[in-house]
Write a new protein. Structure first.
Lengths: 256, 471
């Protein structure tokens, strides 16, 4: 059961829209420190939007509600300030930035950051060991960010940043989608490491239950058409696995 | 990051380059252009008769040429107000200690003596119309390499013939109006001669500084790289900003021998009252190659199209350039290549960035003559516009007159993707840092071709341009 008196992330009555089209409807979601939550739902339910709104993507307008993170109202903060507060979003489709070597990018996001500022040598050592840990060819560290990376490599780079930045809470947006078995096990390993070494808190967005097999899930939230329509413990996963999301669609229709 | 479309990006503080010293003790000629002024320049320089004749003939041609009827407007340039000759108060020196303090301080602030110590094989420094410093390491001199002021070489009987045979043979006064102007009033510049089979591992650099208000700079760079020889030459330029027009109409002539290699790198950072009407041209013999690296950041108006003429089988040319046009700038840049022998190849890759109402035009010309069978040319141009007020155009021309040739062209014009900015910000970077990183990455194919110190300078210029760009 979530620690309701003191959640790390508290999404309170969030409604959000893009270009006047409402996507999220009064979403409430609390995640306590150290917990693993799963946000599930069919394609197009608004799960990724929820993740991006939490991170402050300016494409979306928050129409009502607020987001409290670690005791601070972050609803109006820019994404960089949310990141510095300890929030992390792993992207479903990480971008490519031509001409910027991965190492330079990683160096830039750790420099001047409290607790992460390392000497160059220490930094090199750290990212090499993380690359090894994530079964990533070290050659990728010198390549341009995301350019020509396979889907699996891109997701590994997301996990590498997660482990490097050591956020208080990580939202993993469909990190498992489109991965082969090997890449999937690396991502699972990264998530475990994050939990163990950073005392991590996870909000996992997925429509696939496979990535959850080796995790101890505390709470499941089901989103359909921009609404949270069901919540429960880990036992819901097996149910969804068997029966899909159809069972929740009626609830969503009723709520409209 | 409140608005997705940015309507304006402010201009930068250029104070690092924008300082000048008093020039009242310098010798000026009258503004404007007459045969008397041309004779006076030639007389001061004590030139051979053929050079005076060349100057006077060039002036005649200049007077007959109409203004260019294409490209950015040069209406603000009134030749009657341009001082064509400003002599610094010193002779050319071989030691910085002998250079007057004001001038030495200028080059100190630009980091030239420091660079000379750490990684250059030789340095030439021009201040207004004349070279004030020229020096090369003994090791390079022992290899038989000549690097001197071109006027100095003209007065040396060992080289006068060589200069006579090459000077303005590649860029002739009848090429265009400003080539003719250059022929009439040229002053200063460097002469480089690399003998057959000689390879110089460290670059030579000439730096051109225009300090005098309302003046023109017309330096001539002549480089001869003999067969099987190799050279990297770097050219830098800057000027303080004045509220009147300054003019730069230099000429660069490069002769690349058989299987020889020449890399010519430029970081141009003229102030934003400068009309940069510079002409650069290279001819390449069999198996040789010319590599142009070009960064254009300054000037109010620029016309700049380094040209490569591939005259021997398997000769190669590559051009890697970046142009950054901000407020009040109209930079028309690109390159020309003439494929004039079999199995030649040309590769052109350019980047242009425009912001705050700046106009950046990429103009290229690829000509393949009937002799250019089995040759190849590729042209790629990418433009990035940082706001809605800026403009980017691409004008590629190809004139192919032979069979069996492989030519390709691609151009993209885009903006900084909001998804990229959001991604970088989600990792803790400010919006300004995120945009600067994306622009630096965009410029990387050019900056990585530069020696480290210049790549750093270029990144700093970009950073300066991006500062305060978020509003």
């Amino acid at each position: 059961m979530a620690n309701e008196t003191n959640p790390l992330l508290s999404i309170q009555g969030i409604s959000a829209s893009v270009e006047e089209k409402q996507i999220l409807h009064n979403v409430n979601l609390d995640v306590a420190p150290g917990e693993v939550h799963v946000l599930m739902g069919p394609n197009g339910a608004g799960k990724s939007t929820m993740g991006h709104v939490a991170m402050g993507e300016p494409t979306y307008t928050v129409d009502s509600g607020k987001i409290i993170f670690d005791g601070q109202d972050i609803t109006d903060l820019t994404p960089d300030k949310r990141s510095r507060a300890g929030l992390f979003l792993s992207f479903q489709a990480p971008v490519e930035v031509p001409g910027v070597p991965l190492t330079s990018f990683l160096r830039a996001i750790t420099t001047g950051r409290e607790g992460l500022d390392m000497k160059r040598k220490e930094f090199r050592k750290r990212i090499r060991s993380l690359a090894d840990e994530l079964d990533m060819d070290r050659a990728y560290l010198d390549r341009e960010l995301g350019v020509g990376f396979s889907g699996g490599e891109k997701k590994k780079v997301e996990m590498l940043q997660l482990l490097l930045l050591q956020p208080k809470l990580a939202i993993l947006d469909e990190t498992d989608s489109g991965l082969d078995v090997d890449a999937l096990s690396v991502v699972s390993h990264g998530m475990k490491l994050y939990q163990e070494t950073c005392n991590g808190t996870l909000l996992i967005i997925t429509h696939n239950t496979r990535i959850l097999e080796h995790l101890s899930v505390d709470r499941v939230h089901v989103m359909v058409k921009g609404r949270i329509v069901a919540e429960g413990d880990a036992s819901m996963i097996a149910d969804i696995d068997q029966n899909g999301f159809e069972q929740f669609e009626q609830a969503a229709a009723n709520a409209e | 990051m409140s608005e997705k479309k940015r309507t304006q990006v402010d201009d930068i503080d250029r104070s690092m380059y924008d300082f000048h010293y008093d020039e009242s003790d310098q010798e000026h000629l009258e503004a404007g252009l007459t045969p008397e002024i041309v004779r006076e320049i030639s007389e001061k320089k004590d030139e051979p008769e053929w050079m005076l004749e060349h100057r006077l003939k060039s002036l005649e041609i200049y007077n007959k040429f109409p203004e260019p009827d294409w490209g950015p407007s040069i209406e603000g340039l009134d030749m009657d107000n341009i001082v064509t000759y400003v002599k610094p108060p010193t002779e050319q020196q071989a030691s910085w200690d002998d250079v007057p303090d004001d001038i030495k301080n200028t080059f100190d602030r630009l980091g030239i003596p420091e660079a000379e110590k750490s990684y250059l094989a030789g340095v030439g420094a021009q201040y207004d119309s004349e070279l004030v410093y020229h020096s090369m390491q003994d090791s390079a001199a022992q290899m038989g390499i000549v690097y001197s002021g071109i006027e100095e070489a003209l007065h040396d009987e060992k080289y006068e013939g060589l200069i006579h045979d090459h000077f303005m043979k590649l860029i002739t006064p009848s090429d265009h109006k400003f080539a003719a102007l250059h022929g009439a009033v040229w002053s200063g510049g460097s002469f480089v001669y690399v003998p057959k089979g000689t390879k110089l591992d460290y670059p030579l650099q000439s730096y051109f500084r225009l300090n005098a208000k309302g003046a023109g700079q017309f330096e001539h760079t002549l480089i001869i790289v003999e067969d099987d020889a190799s050279l990297h030459f770097i050219e830098g330029c800057s000027a303080p900003k004045y509220n009147v027009a300054n003019l730069h109409a230099g000429a660069v002539e490069l002769f690349v021998g058989k299987n020889a290699h020449l890399r010519y790198s430029t970081i141009e950072n003229w102030s934003k009252n400068m009309y940069n009407l510079n002409t650069k041209r290279a001819t390449v013999q069999e198996g040789g190659d010319i590599e142009w690296i070009s960064g254009s950041f300054g000037s109010h108006v620029g016309y700049l199209y380094p040209m490569s003429i591939l005259n021997g089988r398997k000769a190669r040319a590559s051009f890697n350039g970046i142009t950054f046009a901000g407020a009040g700038q109209n930079l028309d840049t690109g390159c020309k290549v003439v494929l004039n022998a079999p199995e030649t190849s040309a590769s052109v890759e350019t980047k242009s960035i425009s912001k705050d109402g700046g106009v950046s035009t990429f103009r290229s010309s690829i000509v393949a003559t009937p002799k250019a069978e089995d040759s190849a040319a590729s042209v790629s141009c990418q433009s990035l516009m940082l706001d809605d007020r800026s403009r980017s155009d691409t004008i590629p021309a190809m004139d192919i007159r032979c069979k069996n040739i492989d030519v390709g062209h691609e151009a993209t014009i885009g903006r900084i993707g909001n998804d990229k900015v959001f991604y970088l910000m989600s990792r803790g970077m400010s919006e300004e840092e995120a945009r600067t990183m994306i622009v630096n990455g965009f410029a990387d194919p050019v900056s990585k071709e530069l020696p480290l110190e210049y790549a750093v300078e270029m990144n700093n210029l970009i950073k300066l341009e991006m500062e305060g760009a978020i509003g």
